[in-house]
Design a protein around this ligand. Structure first.
Ligand SMILES: C[S@@+](CC[C@H](N)C(=O)[O-])C[C@H]1O[C@@H](n2cnc3c(N)ncnc32)[C@H](O)[C@@H]1O
Length: 271
């Protein structure tokens, strides 16, 4: 069952434009896409995009020649993907209703699985490990799983940047984030920009969850890195330089907004 606050947040229909509204989001999009194209197997690999939203990464990956299937619990997100999939030359794109913890797909049927969203909306560790297990199950042996988390310190840094830490509502949300990573917004209707129910990881927690689910050789990458602290959309080149320069630096990993872990599905055991 999807958390009702999470469902209500995405049913607002904000997701299709989220990554194109400001410089921070543009940085997230450009960096995520560059990491995906670097870390995924070559096209025409089969990619399952779990929690793929409205297809924001599924669409450009399909255009690059990947065969991409989106799994989403939000009906309107599925509709958006299916509308795009009906365009000429996008027959490699498809979508299905489903949940990261119980994927409606066969074992070993994908070269790669993306989870760029579900993990931070699963607030219990047992559910996150289950989502990783499902990703590992549907990935062929030796294929890759790429999963995103939001940094424990993202709200604190964002609050400083946007000068909203003096708002008592936002301050209380940040204090809870710092305490235990549990992000709760008591006014999701009045302040959807303060996000919805989520869990904000420490970097080591994300890779430990991947390992517990059986993924091997986990590698962490900061998506925006420290670059998201400035909001200058005219300076994307320097932001990308800084993000790339320290993308795997462990001592800076929590300064990003999003990080990803990349793990391999275990090869079949020799008998
Ligand atoms: C912030 S959006 C990210 C969308 C896109 N992957 C991106 O990176 O921009 C989070 C997405 O995760 C989906 N989601 C939340 N909980 C999920 C779950 N338990 N299983 C699958 N998807 C889930 C939401 O419906 C939403 O589309």
């Amino acid at each position: 069952m999807l958390d009702p606050d999470v469902a209500a947040h995405y049913e607002l229909g904000l997701e299709h434009s989220r990554l194109f509204i400001d410089g921070r989001a543009r940085l997230e999009f450009v960096r995520t896409l560059e990491l995906l194209t670097r870390l995924l197997p070559r096209p025409p690999a089969r990619v399952l995009d779990v929690g793929g939203g409205t297809g924001v990464y599924a669409l450009p990956l399909t255009e690059l020649g990947y065969q991409v299937r989106v799994v989403e619990p939000i009906r309107s997100h599925i509709d958006d993907v299916e509308t795009q999939a009906s365009e000429p030359d996008l027959s490699g794109l498809s979508a299905v209703l489903g949940d990261a913890r119980d994927l409606p797909e066969n074992s070993d049927s994908y070269d790669a699985v993306l989870m760029l969203g579900p993990l931070y909306h699963l607030t219990e560790r047992v559910d996150r490990v289950q989502a990783f297990r499902e990703a590992a199950r549907v990935t062929r042996p030796g294929g890759v799983v790429i999963a995103a988390g939001i940094s424990r310190f993202a709200s604190l840094i964002d609050g400083l940047k946007r000068q909203i830490l003096s708002d008592p509502l936002f301050r209380s949300i940040v204090e809870r984030d710092l305490q235990d990573g549990q992000h709760r917004n008591p006014d999701v209707t009045g302040h959807p920009e303060y996000f919805t129910t989520a869990y904000f990881h420490l970097p080591t927690e994300l890779s430990e969850e991947a390992i517990e689910a059986g993924l091997t050789e986990p590698q962490m990458y900061a998506v925006e890195g420290p670059s998201w602290i400035v909001e200058n959309i005219d300076d994307l080149d320097n932001q990308l330089f800084a993000a790339r320069a320290v993308e795997q630096e462990p001592s800076l990993m929590a300064a990003t907004s999003h990080f990803i872990v990349v793990g391999l599905a275990a090869p079949a055991q020799q008998s």
